[in-house]
Design a protein around this ligand. Structure first.
Ligand code: ATP
Length: 302
């Protein structure tokens, strides 16, 4: 784990002491533990959407990669308890968090190490399932308990960024995540350009505003597909899910528009292989678009 100094309210020693000492830990309530962990994180980014399948996990994972590649210490918490995909997209499916002996705390799984900022730290419900096909058949309160434990009982150490990858919608997990992150947090909303997705994205933006969370902006994912005509080799752009819907929603709701990421076959393919496209295809159109988006996010958060 990185020993890099970040401008936070606690020291790594404070966190290690609380996490490695059962008596000290027993003196703290769950909420005090969560607050302690959150004080060690400089910036928290909640990646969410109204609609499912629009590319939240793809964005969350590549955002973590982009930040870690800049030498920042990064953690990613998979808040999708029933559909946890972060380990799959980082090729960490067979990993397990390490339980700290004599305590009920754990060290998150160490993911890719891209710079001196240390390995990306990852926690997900997927690490606790017997097989990747095991379903999590839980009601809201149990899911919320798991999220709280992932934060309170994980020794995340000091982080520049914690990225939270949320399930779609505005209920249990989203509500809990927005409440728990505290200050220095921002919400990034992912949508496809089509109306049925932007309509749901608007709800998430209004929820973030109601919960007094800063909206960092909207990303329009799956925005256009460029294909080559097999006969004449001419490039043809197809707006499979329409175009400009995310930007329109951003303008109407008066929140920043962060950019468009096109549909690229390799994004899907590499996601399934567990290699984020920023690593597998750093020169692609999507990687360039994403680079711009990350700059805007950093400019806002930092
Ligand atoms: N720009 C893109 N081009 C091509 N495929 C993409 C793109 N963005 C995401 N995908 C693919 O679309 C599928 C859904 O993406 P992802 O899992 O990131 O969405 P999600 O919003 O996190 O889904 P869920 O709501 O289920 O959590 C994945 O197979 C992913 O690889």
């Amino acid at each position: 784990m990185s020993e890099k100094k970040v401008d936070v309210e606690v020291s790594k020693e404070d966190i290690d002491k609380a996490m490695g000492n059962p008596q000290k830990q027993a003196q703290l309530t769950e909420m005090e533990q969560i607050n302690l962990m959150m004080k060690g994180v400089k910036h928290k980014i909640i990646v969410c959407s109204g609609k499912g399948g629009v590319g939240k996990t793809t964005v969350a994972v590549n955002l973590a990669i982009a930040l870690a590649a800049k030498g920042l210490s990064v953690g990613i918490l998979d808040v999708d308890i029933t559909g946890p995909n972060v380990p799959k997209m980082l090729n960490l499916e067979d990993e397990r968090p390490t339980v700290i002996p004599g305590t009920n705390t754990f060290t998150p799984v160490h993911g890719p190490m891209l710079s001196s900022g240390g390995p990306i730290q990852v926690m997900s419900m997927a690490f606790l399932l017997e097989t990747p096909d095991t379903p999590v058949i839980w009601r809201g309160p149990l899911k919320m308990k798991a999220i709280r434990q992932f934060i309170a009982e994980g020794n995340w150490g000091l982080l520049d960024y914690l990225i939270l990858d949320l399930p779609p919608g505005t209920s249990d997990e989203t509500l809990d995540a927005m409440q728990l992150v505290g200050d220095n947090s921002g919400v990034v909303i992912v949508t496809t350009p089509q109306e049925v997705a932007t309509m749901d994205a608007r709800k998430t933006i209004n929820m973030s505003k109601a919960m007094k969370r800063k909206v960092v902006g909207i990303i329009e994912n799956m925005s256009g597909l460029t294909v080559k005509c097999p006969k004449c080799e001419e490039e043809i752009k197809i707006d499979l899910f329409g175009s400009g819907g995310g930007e329109k929603a951003a303008n109407e709701l008066n929140v920043p528009f962060l950019g468009k990421v096109p549909i690229e076959h390799k994004i899907m393919q590499q996601g399934d292989k567990g290699v984020p496209f920023l690593i597998s295809n750093p020169d692609s159109v999507s990687a360039e678009a994403f680079d711009d988006i990350v700059k805007k996010i950093r400019a806002d958060m930092e």
